[in-house]
Design a protein around this ligand. Structure first.
Ligand SMILES: Nc1ncnc2c1ncn2[C@@H]1O[C@H](COP(=O)(O)OP(=O)(O)O)[C@@H](O)[C@H]1O
Ligand SMILES: Nc1ccn([C@@H]2O[C@H](COP(=O)(O)OP(=O)(O)O)[C@@H](O)[C@H]2O)c(=O)n1
Length: 240
């Protein structure tokens, strides 16, 4: 065994073994250390579903029970819209009010910055990315900018009837969400985008066997029981 290792070190090879968890690193001369390597890439779950399906509500519960950091693409865009000096404010406002999807370069950079900041400040590297990717542009941009940097786990898809979703969003608007898109006119456009663009992304991941689907019509606690089952199963599979 030792002569074989020495041979590898001479050829200055770094051997990744034990399924990426342990790396043999050559040091000076014949000395080497057997270094345990954690897979430190951020672990990502995408959370998708129609407007009002309950993504944000369930993400909050997942944060409390499973220790993920919740990053909502919509919240990050609303923050950027409100940031003094932002050059993207009016573009984001136009997209949000009309249910259109903001160009991925903006959204993906906000997400990447938030991932890095969270990781540096808290050490947390498990993320729920809520409301992303929502169309082909989102998906392609993410693949270009982020796919090598993260460990994508699966999509958590909240399936909820359109009637329920509309009712919830209108109620959220009436309760003072302050959102410029919780009204019937914007909702129609948001649903068009969801049906025409986002469903294709969900189906893309379904084809890869990467969708865990949750029936989301029931009350929040009932929905969370299914969520908990899905995440516990993923935990048992050592995905996070
Ligand atoms: N299972 C549920 N049953 C009834 N109302 C819900 C449920 N889940 C969320 N809500 C409410 O519906 C609105 C939309 O939920 P939210 O989590 O913000 O959805 P999304 O993030 O998918 O747009 C919120 O006002 C929320 O309190
Ligand atoms: N990936 C994303 C997510 C949201 N958005 C914009 O932000 C709006 C609100 O998204 P959201 O995720 O907060 O809300 P829901 O529509 O899911 O309730 C969307 O309708 C889009 O206009 C986007 O452009 N790109």
């Amino acid at each position: 065994m030792i002569p074989v290792l020495n041979q590898l070190l001479k050829t200055k090879l770094v051997v990744k073994c034990f399924k990426r968890h342990v790396t043999l690193s050559p040091l000076s001369g014949n000395k080497f250390i057997l270094r345990k390597m954690e897979n430190n890439k951020p672990k990502i779950i995408f959370v998708l579903g129609a407007p009002g399906a309950g993504k944000g509500t369930q993400c909050e519960k997942i944060v409390n029970s499973f220790g993920f950091k919740h990053l909502s693409a919509g919240d990050l865009l609303r923050e950027e819209r409100a940031r003094e000096g932002s050059q993207f404010g009016s573009l984001i406002e136009d997209c949000i009010t009309n249910g259109k999807i903001v160009p991925v370069e903006i959204t993906c950079s906000l997400l990447e910055n938030a991932i890095i900041k969270t990781n540096q400040e808290t050490g947390n590297n498990k993320f729920l990315i809520d409301g992303f990717p929502r169309n082909e542009d989102n998906l392609q941009g993410w693949q270009r900018q982020m796919s090598e940097k993260v460990d994508f786990l699966f999509v958590l898809f909240f399936e909820c009837s359109q009637d329920k979703c509309v009712e919830r969003c209108l109620k959220r608007g009436q309760a003072g969400s302050g959102r410029t898109d919780d009204n019937m006119e914007s909702l129609k456009k948001r649903f068009d985008t969801y049906m025409n663009d986002t469903m294709a992304i969900i189906n893309h991941y379904r084809g890869l066997g990467k969708v865990r689907q949750i029936f989301a019509n029931e009350d929040p606690e009932t929905v969370f029981k299914s969520v908990k089952n899905a995440l516990t199963e993923a935990q048992e599979q050592k995905l996070f």
